[in-house]
Every structure is written in structure tokens, then in C-alpha cells.
Design a protein around this ligand. Structure first.
Ligand SMILES: [Zn+2]
Length: 168
């Protein structure tokens, strides 16, 4: 009689572990692809984005694509001004924090202001990275890495095609 409850416990334990892992896996899947679930100030359908953006711009901004290294117009760009989101014109980065990273993508050590960007966990391509999206429209801009210069030590690695430049 004493062993009976213990047997039940042993029988449901594997089931419990399976259930727990299912919950964990499904929540991971949601956190990677939750762009469309957030209430961004600027919201458009894919058809509307395609009408506004070029095919390459759409692939980066709306499909999290990455342009080829050294292919972008802002890699060697040294004019004074602001880099805005190509999709909604939200100011994202200032030329004052741009630096030469040698990576082939325009790089900044800080963002423009508290309304510029949102950081998200990106586990695609089997690699844990921090994705940068525009705070106003949720479009993908690039990733941030922890090997940048002082004072932040951060490297915001952006796609030229996700940006538009506004001279001072
Ligand atoms: Zn935007």
C-alpha cells in the first residue's frame, strides 16, 4: 500500500518532462518570430511594404535579410547627419557615433535616442545574436555585438539598405 503512490509518481514523471519540454520549445519559437505581434506605431501589410520598398530593402527590413559585406553605400560614408529607418524614417543612428569597423557594414557604437531601436533575441542560423529592430515600425536593421570601441564597447552592425541618410 505504501509503494502505490510512488509508482504513480514514477509513471507520470516522464510525461511531465515531455510536457515541460514542449512548453519550453513552443515559447522559444514564439520569441524569435514575434515582430508582427507587437503594437508598433507604424503598421503596414506585406503588400504595402512591397509597394514602398525595393525587393532588396524588403528582404532585409521585413525578412531579416543581410546585405553582402562592402556592398552598402554607407560603409565608407563620412558625412555629418542622421541615419534613419528606410521603412519609416525614424532616426536610428548619428554620424557622431559611426566608426570604421572593417567588417563591410556601417557600424556605430551607440544608437540615436531612446525612441530609436529595440533589441531582440535572435537564435536563427544556430547562433545566439541580438537583433536590432526599429522601435517605430519593427523593421529589421541589423545586429549588435559586444566588440565595439569605447565608451559603450558595442558594435551596432547595420545594413546600408535598411537606412536612409539625412544631412545636418
Ligand atoms: Zn522604422
Amino acid at each position: 500500500m505504501i509503494k502505490y503512490p510512488k509508482l504513480i509518481y514514477l509513471n507520470i514523471l516522464p510525461l511531465f518532462i515531455i510536457l515541460l519540454s514542449m512548453i519550453t520549445f513552443s515559447s522559444c519559437g514564439q520569441s524569435v518570430n514575434n515582430n508582427s505581434n507587437q503594437d508598433y506605431e507604424v503598421q503596414r501589410t506585406d503588400t504595402e511594404w512591397r509597394a514602398q520598398l525595393s525587393a532588396e530593402e524588403f528582404n532585409i527590413l521585413r525578412n531579416k535579410g543581410t546585405e553582402r559585406a562592402f556592398s552598402g553605400k554607407y560603409v565608407d560614408w563620412d558625412h555629418k547627419g542622421t541615419f534613419n529607418c528606410k521603412a519609416c524614417n525614424n532616426p536610428l543612428f548619428s554620424s557622431e557615433t559611426k566608426f570604421e569597423s572593417g567588417t563591410g557594414w556601417p557600424s556605430f557604437y551607440d544608437y540615436y535616442n531612446e525612441n530609436s531601436i529595440i533589441e531582440k533575441t535572435d537564435n536563427s542560423h544556430g547562433w545566439a545574436r541580438i537583433e536590432i529592430v526599429c522601435q517605430k515600425c519593427g523593421s529589421h536593421i541589423g545586429h549588435v555585438f559586444e566588440d565595439g570601441p569605447k565608451p559603450t564597447g558595442l558594435r551596432y552592425c547595420m545594413n546600408s539598405l535598411a537606412l536612409t541618410f539625412e544631412a545636418e
